[in-house]
Design a protein around this ligand. Structure first.
Ligand code: BV8
Length: 246
């Protein structure tokens, strides 16, 4: 690693070591090295004739509940077969080393929790849970039948994934906790997100405007570059590992 990069890492680690209130904000890029396609990647095979926005909304589900359920089942199986990567593990380690730590993720894959993260705010829900489309109650366990989508064990209505679709509001409690963490943080790492989806995309800007050090980890430029203190232009697994506190 060249001297400039080492100086940047040193500034970041020193800030981390001086007992900061840290937020890590992640998007699909943090799971890319686990083999999970990002939303920027063309969906594989069967799905490459759809865009995520077609499938990732209540209208898409009402129009084709079987197709949308199968899309999520395909993603869920890929995620179950995947493993958390170095970035997930490094973020879980950071949680144990930093006195005040919050992980805010846009991802629904649960890989942060599988790596050991516990202080996780899942802004957009979790693909491993379902909700009854009619009663709107969370359903943790359901019988996979030959009906697709499977029936709600309570009322027999259709199940849907327990995720926030486009056009749906985030849960007030989840959004409120995230806002609180952003309001108080002195340092924010934005890792693997194109910062295009609202209202989540506002969080790093709010942190920067409140004077927090914002570090962006992304192999590609994003709009957030303009307000970041440091940009680590690389893959999450490589960069977060470079910021090892130990
Ligand atoms: C809402 C769950 C209103 C489902 C998802 C202004 C304010 C509020 C809303 C809007 C607004 N303007 C527009 C809207 C509407 C909309 C929106 O944001 N649209 C966009 C297209 C402009 N927002 C909404 O609809 C939200 N709801 O506001 O409702 C409301 C309010 C009250 C009451 C009723 C209604 C809901 C948005 C949530 C949608 N659900 N996910 C599912 O997953 O199936 S969004 C989904 O897409 C993800 O969760 C994530 O948020 C987003 C994808 O973004 P990223 O994670 O950043 O991934 P992406 O692929 O884009 O980028 C990956 C990045 O990683 C890249 O930069 C790449 O370079 C980088 N990368 C690649 N490899 C690596 C890497 N980085 C590091 N390492 C690597 N190896």
């Amino acid at each position: 690693m060249n001297g400039v990069y080492m100086n940047i890492l040193e500034s970041i680690v020193n800030k981390l070591k001086s007992g900061q209130r840290v937020v890590v904000f992640t998007g699909a890029g943090v799971s890319a090295e686990s083999g999970i396609p990002t939303f920027r990647d063309k969906l594989d095979g069967l799905w490459n004739r759809f865009s995520a926005e077609d499938l990732d909304c209540a209208d898409g589900f009402k129009a084709s509940p079987q197709l949308v359920w199968e899309w999520y089942a395909w993603r869920r199986k890929m995620i179950v077969d995947a493993k958390p990567n170095l970035a997930h593990h490094a973020i879980a380690l950071m949680e144990t080393l930093v006195p005040e730590f919050t992980l805010i993720t846009q991802n629904v894959d649960g890989l942060h929790q599988r790596a050991g993260s516990t202080k996780v705010i899942e802004l957009h829900g979790n693909i491993h849970r379902s909700r009854c489309f009619d009663e709107d109650i969370a359903i943790d366990k359901w019988a996979e039948t030959d009906e697709v989508p499977p029936p709600c064990p309570h009322c027999g209505g259709m199940l849907r994934p327990d995720v926030v679709w486009f056009g749906e509001g985030l849960s007030g409690d989840t959004y409120g906790k995230a806002k609180e963490a952003i309001r108080n943080c002195t340092m924010l790492f934005s890792i693997g997100t194109s910062s295009q989806i609202y209202p989540a995309a506002v969080f790093p800007y709010e942190a920067a405007h409140r004077g927090a050090m914002v570090v962006q980890i992304n192999p590609n430029p994003t709009d957030l570059d303009q307000v970041t203190s440091f940009i680590l232009r690389g893959k999450a697994g490589e960069c977060v590992n470079g910021c090892r506190l130990s």
